[in-house]
Design a protein around this ligand. Sequence first.
Ligand code: FE2
Length: 208
Amino acid sequence: MTVQDETRAAEVADRGVPGAMAGKFPGVPETPAPGPGELQQTPQEIEGPYYRLGAPQRSSLLEPGDKPEIVLTGRVLNEKGAPIPGAVVSFWSSDAVGNYDMVGYRYNGWVVTDEQGRYAVTTIIPGCYEPREAKHIHVKVQGNSSPITTQLYIEGEPGNTDDEFYHPALMVPCTLDADGVKHGRFDFVIKQVTEQENVTPESLAARV
Ligand SMILES: [Fe+2]
């Protein structure tokens, strides 16, 4: 059972319903139903127009003067629940007033999972911008095969369920610490390459 599955029932009584475009945008792969004994894969969502290659590896996206507002931690797992070490998890979001940095790499960076498949990143809670209703953090997750692209929504922020891309499975359950920092836990579940898709013994051996 994934972390958010364990916490979902206890901490988030009402996740709302999917937005009208959740899982329906052209080009966004539909998440297949899990096979017997498998975990539900993380739903994929639109990339949006603001993804940029070349961001730095870093576990804090804070800019000078920022206070930490949310700490995201969790694991990257395959559909069988096995942790994926060495997975790359990229995060990008708008700043506090809804602007994306298309020149530099503000609020844009990536981390690598450890031996237990764990990741951690600290950032701000982004602002919102037209036409989106929900504050969201874009994510790409890559293990041994093609990356998936998705977005995370933050429990307790306004507008989540008003957003047309909102997906209940992408809401991050959060707790607040004494400093008012949100701590969200979220496991990504991605499907790795299959034997049929592998082309070398090395890639097959690298499969989790
Ligand atoms: Fe966005």
